[in-house]
Design a protein around this ligand. Structure first.
Ligand code: ME8
Length: 501
């Protein structure tokens, strides 16, 4: 029997302390493109996302809203699920840290490390940024402010349990050096290795000054520190230590933003080492979506609502824009103007135009039927060759997580398709080869487009009247000449609207 390969990808779980923003949307879209691609590649995929619902930040927001924390997160989590639906995110699990299935696992990890003798009781006297739920020393601050949020951290003094994270420094460095893919891109790996030149302090893993959290299993006066809770969601979603964890753990990719790399490599890495659990294969760090070069921030008023944008311009144009505009792993800028420009020039005029002209021609001039090809000329042979070259190239780029480059190649194939159609002049001589190969090119593009723009891909599939769903195809089938002569297609409709800037 052939063994089906498994693939487990996660996004960070979002704080539902405010409404979902463009950064959340971006991360989910990128993870979704990878998950969809892997399914087309034949992997059995588990793709998880969710919400991080405990901690002081949430407790305070709930209080401000005059609600219990539970009611507050129940209401807010709905918006994050809605974001996933609106963006066509094909998640397999949406995990909430207030679910009992998660608390059980989080407590089990705590208990294992405690029983190993690596958690001790003490007093924490120091600084804490509630916005990022992170402990800081004065040395970490920039002009006395949190390096991520720019606010002044609070002084905290409370009884806490500490995890002997410090003793894992050498093992972490060794792991990072031995597994070059553990932290990607390389710049982030170097950043963490540099920070690990300094001694590593023990980590506070419980809190006593408030109680919105998972109770510490050995001392109910304490709740688990929110990161000692949230990170463990990656194990709970696969039912560790049983359930699907045998098949899916260690995770293939944790996709996260650049502000939480330390938490996902050093903190998470040492927790897993201490608990005797394998480390994820890759922590992939994407950049930030900025607005006019500035970090999105509510206080600066620069937050763009992804739900509104998907509604106004369409989910697929938004997905397309974010992946094509922002180099994966680096920061990029969002603006409605550039979204519209890319939509009009690249989606409507290039991609949409190709699909529309090929299918309309077959529909109107060939009685809806794909004609039978005859002797191929050089251009025809080039097209057949390109189906193979681009399927292989885009596939390789996606295997290597080069999302932007992969999508760019796909658009190059559409551009080639338009040039081919123009050069063949099907309106002049015999259009058979042009339409037969054109239909197959359109089908090839539909398959490869699926990870990026799933609903447009499915619409093209329907115009072609291909059997089944585009979501269930094999990547390799993209290059096959599987739209046969005599096959009847449907009248196409424009795929993309144009917008005025
Ligand atoms: O950090 N552009 O939650 P979060 C791109 N709950 N990505 C961005 C971004 C931006 N402008 N702003 C934030 C948390 N992100 C924790 C995670 S995981 C066990 C716990 C990314 O809601 C951010 O880097 O603040 C993170 O990966 C994700 O959005 C959720 O951020």
């Amino acid at each position: 029997m052939v063994k089906i390969k498994s693939f487990f990808i996660t996004t960070a779980i979002d704080y539902p302390s405010g409404m979902p923003h463009m950064g959340h949307a971006y991360e989910k879209i990128c993870a979704d493109a990878i998950a969809r691609f892997k399914r087309l590649r034949g992997f059995d995929v588990h793709f998880s996302t969710g919400t991080d619902e405990h901690g002081m930040k949430i407790e305070r927001k709930a209080k401000k809203a005059g609600k219990t924390p539970q009611r507050f997160v129940d209401e807010m989590a709905v918006f994050f699920r809605r974001l996933c639906e609106a963006l066509d995110i094909s998640y397999d699990d949406f995990i909430r840290t207030t679910e009992p299935r998660h608390a059980k696992v989080a407590q089990e990890i705590f208990r294992r490390i405690y029983e190993k003798g690596e958690i001790y009781k003490g007093m924490y006297d120091g600084l804490y940024c509630v916005e990022c739920e992170t402990y800081y020393t004065a040395k970490d601050l920039v002009d006395g402010k949190c390096p991520v949020h720019g606010n002044e951290p609070e002084e905290v003094s409370e009884e806490s349990y500490f995890f002997q994270m410090g003793k894992y420094r050498d093992r972490l460095v060794e792991h990072i050096k031995k597994h070059p893919d553990f932290i990607r891109p390389e710049s982030k790996r170097n950043e963490i290795l540099n920070r690990l030149h300094e001694p590593l302090k023990d980590l506070c893993v419980s809190r006593t000054s408030f109680d919105w959290g998972i109770p510490v299993p050995i001392d109910k006066k304490h709740v688990q520190y929110v990161w000692m809770d949230a990170l463990i969601n990656y194990l709970s979603t696969v039912g560790w230590p049983a359930g699907k964890s045998g098949k899916f753990w260690p995770a293939d990719i944790h996709l996260i933003g650049k502000d939480i790399v330390w938490h996902h490599t050093v903190i998470w890495g040492s927790i897993l080492m201490a608990a005797g659990v394998a480390l994820p294969k890759t922590v992939y760090v994407h950049g930030f979506v900025n607005i006019k070069g500035e970090k999105m921030s509510k206080s600066r008023g620069a937050v763009v609502d992804p739900l509104e944008l998907a509604d106004a311009y369409g989910t697929d144009p938004l997905r397309y824009f974010l992946i094509s505009e922002i180099p994966f792993g680096e920061d990029g800028d969002f603006s409605v103007g550039s979204l519209i420009t890319r939509n009009n020039n690249e989606l409507a005029d290039n991609l949409g135009n190709l699909i529309n002209r090929v299918l309309t021609f077959i529909h109107n001039k060939s009685a809806k039927k794909v004609p039978k090809p005859s002797r191929y000329d050089d251009l025809d042979r080039q097209l057949i060759q390109n189906l193979k070259v681009y399927t292989d190239n885009v596939g390789k780029l996606m295997d290597d997580l080069q999302l932007q480059e992969a999508l760019d190649q796909l658009m190059m194939l559409a551009k080639f398709g338009n040039e081919y159609f123009q050069a063949k002049e099907p309106w002049g001589g015999d259009p058979a080869n042009c339409l037969y190969l054109g239909a197959n090119l359109v089908k090839c593009i539909a398959v490869m487009l699926e990870p990026f723009m799933p609903s447009s891909a499915e619409r093209i599939w329907a115009f072609l009247r291909m059997p089944g769903s585009v979501h269930k195809q094999r990547w390799e089938s993209a290059k096959e000449l599987s739209v046969k002569a005599g096959h009847t297609i449907q009248k196409p409709a424009p795929l993309f609207k144009k917008f005025k800037i």
